[in-house]
Design a protein around this ligand. Structure first.
Ligand code: SF4
Ligand code: SF4
Length: 591
């Protein structure tokens, strides 16, 4: 059977066909849909984990116990999982273990552009790079075979275009693979130095075997052209290159990008007159080709960052792109990203943005948008879970210098479970008087509403005990904790004043569900009056525009009438704008 599939869907299908028993992930663009699709296969035990390190460790434990296991994450997630990743290279596997890294050239939704082929090289783990959805499916199956043959975890590097674009895939049945028996072997799985030094040597033997495979594998193939131009490429760049260089060029398509097949690459380079290396992000292949003594074109003509789409290649090579339809750009209004109408973070950031002499330490989530107008309510965001700890460090410096600036740190509920909890332990343990706010919208918002340890449901929608954030926070030693409704501005103001008046760390939990959330039965009970009203502007409006400062996209202003209006299709009646209006001109519909 053939089917149109995204790369992410094909990876999930490949895992199912490969007989995978266990899979774990933390959601992150562009990898999220891998686990969402795996969750539709009953044969695979699958889980959302609190973070990527935990996902890696859970899946790796399943592999050591004898199952075929997979962990998937976005590129920066590998940073979080790097500790077990390096250790697992020494320890090897029992059942096959495959790790998906979904990289993001062009940084569409990430804080950095990171080339995780470098992780394969650094950890000495084989890496495969599919170029389309069919290869996604096939390479997952190959990766499990390689993992078991080499006794190593195998990495698969995807990029955004592979994850999210669709191509035709041939499907097969699932191969039922027995869960291997587990046998205790401390010479392989205990990494005390006396044993780990031996494992280091064993790893090199496995790598030598992997290199032999890479040199002769069909994953690395040559397509012969007229001998003048030779292109070396991997991943989706292979197709970009074919579109631009056409059928006359020769290609070395690298499906296995670590270990790189140096012998094959040298033979290929000798067979052509001019060599082009087409690769996104780092000069990973190019450096190797130069090391082999050849002088390819790569970084000298192609951009060093962003995606190498065909038009980018054309512009670099010929100074022009394909003709496209033009349009009057002045007709397009700028539309900056903004919090949704009725977003429960709005009330907090509206009040926080007004605070003077306060530094706001932010984090990664949809609430990061509060850095921009009309709130201007964030000074920095570093990476998942860093708000509390980086805010803590900043507060210590302000105190040391004797300046009065206070730090307010903000992060989402899922981010708190991810790594924010460690960050807050640091605050409690090392004692700074920061105000730490957990934006509890009852779901993992930014990646598309995945369940988390606080939401009360598993990935399969089965009930799970929801972790109480307030109890957890008290347990780690925070003595000053408040839970507020962020839609009630008076509550927000009072809570901020309260936190800033304390000479000890405090936690404010702003609890209201994401406006786009599908309510669970518990949500319906707890937030029974949520999203039931619509608001309207009355004739009392004097056109002062104060309501626009709450930044809700449901609100706009009619200049000719000098009056605000509310789009009733967008408004969910959170009442934040009504609390801002000095004329009480915004009321519930029908009042
Ligand atoms: S009540 Fe006001 S702030 Fe809330 S969703 Fe409606 S228009 Fe937006
Ligand atoms: S804040 Fe009130 S009075 Fe001012 S523009 Fe908005 S609705 Fe009109």
């Amino acid at each position: 059977m053939r089917q149109l599939m995204t790369g992410n869907e094909a990876v999930a299908r490949g895992a199912w066909e490969a007989g995978v028993h266990f899979a774990a992930a933390y959601p992150g663009t562009p990898s999220t849909e891998i686990m969402e699709n795996i969750s539709t296969y009953d044969e695979i035990t699958c889980e959302w984990s609190p973070n990527e390190k935990v996902a890696y460790e859970a899946a790796y434990g399943a592999s050591l116990a004898g199952g075929r296991a997979m962990a998937s994450m976005k590129h920066v997630g590998i940073n979080v999982a790097a500790d077990p990743l390096f250790a697992s290279a020494y320890m090897g596997v029992n059942g096959g273990f495959v790790v998906i890294s979904a990289d993001e050239p062009g940084q569409h939704s990430s804080q950095s552009e990171q080339d995780n082929r470098n992780y394969a090289k650094a950890a000495r783990l084989p890496m495969l790079e599919p170029s389309d959805s069919q290869e996604c499916l096939d390479m997952v199956k190959t990766a499990f075979e390689l993992s078991e043959a080499l006794d190593l975890p195998v990495l698969i590097r995807l990029t955004t275009r592979i994850c999210h674009s669709k191509s035709i895939v041939s499907l097969n049945q699932r191969e039922e693979v027995d869960i291997r028996s587990y046998k205790k072997d401390i010479t392989k799985t205990i990494t005390v130095p006396a044993i780990a030094r031996g494992l280091r040597l064993t790893l090199e033997k496995r790598v030598a075997k992997a290199l032999e495979i890479s040199e002769h594998s069909a994953l690395n193939r040559i397509e012969k052209g007229n001998g003048k131009i030779g292109v070396i490429s991997s991943g989706v760049c292979y197709y970009y290159a074919k579109e631009v260089f056409g059928e006359t060029a020769s290609y070395l398509k690298l499906g296995m990008s670590w270990p790189l097949p140096s012998g094959l690459m040298a033979d290929f380079c000798r067979s052509v007159e001019t060599i082009y290396i087409i690769e996104e992000n780092d000069p990973y292949i190019e450096d190797e080709v130069r090391r082999l003594g050849f002088l390819p074109h790569g970084r000298d003509i192609f951009p060093f960052c962003g995606e190498l789409m065909p038009d980018v290649l054309r512009r670099s090579l010929h100074g022009r792109t394909q003709p496209t339809l033009d349009y009057d750009r002045s007709m397009v209004l700028p539309r900056p990203p903004m919090l949704c109408a009725g977003c429960p973070h709005r009330g907090l950031f509206y009040e926080l943005g007004k605070k003077k002499d306060v530094l706001v330490s932010g984090d990664i989530g949809c609430y990061t948008l509060a850095f921009s107008k009309p709130y201007d309510a964030m000074d920095w965001d570093i990476c998942m879970g860093a708000a509390f700890s980086s805010g803590h460090g900043a507060q210590k410096m302000f105190d040391k210098k004797g300046v009065s600036t206070r730090v307010v740190s903000v992060m989402g509920d899922s981010t708190f479970f991810h790594t924010g909890i460690n960050s807050l332990i640091d605050v409690a343990y090392n004692g700074s008087n920061t105000v730490n706010i957990i934006l509890d919208n009852r779901i993992t918002g930014m990646t598309g509403h995945q369940e988390n340890p606080g939401s009360g449901l598993t990935i399969k929608g089965e009930p799970s005990d929801a972790i109480s954030i307030e109890q957890l926070v008290c347990t780690i030693g925070i003595k000053h904790v408040r839970v507020i409704n962020p839609n009630i501005l008076k509550e927000v103001r009072e809570a901020l004043e309260w936190g800033l008046s304390l000479d000890a760390p405090s936690v404010i939990i702003t609890r209201w569900p994401c406006v786009l959330k599908r309510f669970s039965a518990e949500d319906k009970r707890e937030f029974s009056d949520a999203f039931k009203e619509k608001m309207v502007v009355t004739e009392k409006c004097i056109g002062c525009k104060a309501c626009l400062k709450c930044g809700c996209p449901a609100l706009s202003f009619r200049s000719h009438e000098k009056k605000a209006i509310i789009d009733r299709d967008m408004c969910v009646g959170c009442t934040v704008c009504a609390q801002v209006c000095p004329m009480n001109a915004i009321v519930k519909e029908g009042e």
